[in-house]
Write a protein that binds this ligand. Structure first.
Ligand code: ASP
Length: 325
């Protein structure tokens, strides 16, 4: 009789251990990270090897920041913020320092960040005096009851919470200015930066930052700060950061659509993303792409434009840095 009780309690204990092992948030999970520096119309002929190498080495340097955080057991939220901050400080990309100009020669920056465990999110739009909009987006998420703050109110909030403020002249780069002049003569150009990651704890995060679309109207806000359009993270499904013609990404709620296909239809990350980016958006003539990760450490990079600056790394050693198809 004693033996019988012993074996029942041992089996119960084993079951409990198995159950705890499966459900614990600390159960081993592979980290993975991906970034983008914008989808667009780059063609190899227009760039020297040295220029292309520079894009790649800056993406690699940004990615390394995130890899170091994730390898040390840090959070995906810290990783995506630090990667995007690096890209914001680099004049090569259309975010932060390198932000493009509006039609009337201003800089209006948008950024958003989201974490997938509690679906917390923060975003800013139309700001022109915050050095790193992605970090202010995080402040909105963590230090305010709001999700999205715009213009002067967002700047005041940033200032009050210790964000680094800059004169609007900080965002002047010869490259962006010349680009506006070219676009005014009707060349199409886009760009944006973003990062998605899953950390060792199985938590997802996404961050996106942009100067928007060159030659945009004063007051235009794109998809980047709209949660579910250009930025989304949900531990049930995936983390997504988008780049492309923002108006389409808003109308087709691209980032959330990918997540919804996974959640409600049970599709894999790559299937869901390809349906949205390579089918729905193409049919709608919405140019652009996405980077995404899921909690299993799968990374998917999909775009329907000639180029998307992109890089990724996984815990298993897989790495990649690419520009063209
Ligand atoms: N999606 C951004 C926007 O529409 C631009 C881009 O990604 O190139 O503001």
């Amino acid at each position: 009789m004693k033996n019988k009780y012993l074996s029942i309690s041992l089996s119960l204990a084993t079951l409990l251990l198995i159950f705890m092992g499966c459900s614990s948030p600390e159960s081993p999970s592979q980290w993975a990270i991906a970034l983008h520096g914008g989808a667009g119309y780059m063609v190899p002929e227009n760039y020297t090897d040295a220029q292309l190498e520079q894009y790649k080495s800056e993406m690699q340097a940004a990615l390394n920041k995130g890899i170091a955080i994730l390898e040390n057991g840090g959070t995906s939220l810290d990783a995506v913020e630090q990667v995007v901050r690096y890209l914001e400080d680099c004049p090569l990309f259309n975010a932060g320092k390198g932000a493009v100009f509006t039609h009337d020669g201003r800089n209006e920056l948008d950024a958003a960040i989201m974490e997938g465990s509690e679906l917390r999110a923060g975003a800013v739009a139309g700001v022109g005096d915050i050095k790193n909009p992605i970090s202010t987006a995080r402040l909105v998420m963590e230090k305010s009851p709001h999700v999205l703050m715009v213009g002067k109110g967002a700047s005041l909030f940033a200032q009050q919470n210790g964000a680094e403020m800059v004169d609007s002249s900080y965002f002047y780069t010869e490259g962006s200015w010349k680009e506006l002049q070219r676009i005014l003569e009707s060349e199409k150009k886009m760009g944006t930066v973003g990062c998605v990651a899953v950390d060792k704890h199985g938590n997802l995060a996404a961050a996106t930052s942009t100067g928007g679309m060159s030659n945009k109207r004063y007051g235009r806000v794109g998809d980047v700060p709209i949660i579910g359009a250009g930025t989304y993270a949900n531990n049930k499904t995936c983390a997504v950061s988008a780049t492309g013609h923002g108006e389409f990404f808003i109308r087709y709620t691209v980032a959330h659509d990918i997540s919804a296909l996974m959640e409600y239809k049970g599709l894999s990350l790559s299937n869901a993303a390809d349906i949205v980016v390579l089918d729905k958006l193409v049919k709608a003539k919405g140019d652009g792409g996405i980077i995404a990760v899921d909690t299993k450490g799968n990374v998917h990079l999909a775009f329907n434009t000639p180029s998307m600056l992109r890089a990724y790394a996984k815990a298993n050693g897989e790495r990649g840095v690419e520009i063209f198809k």
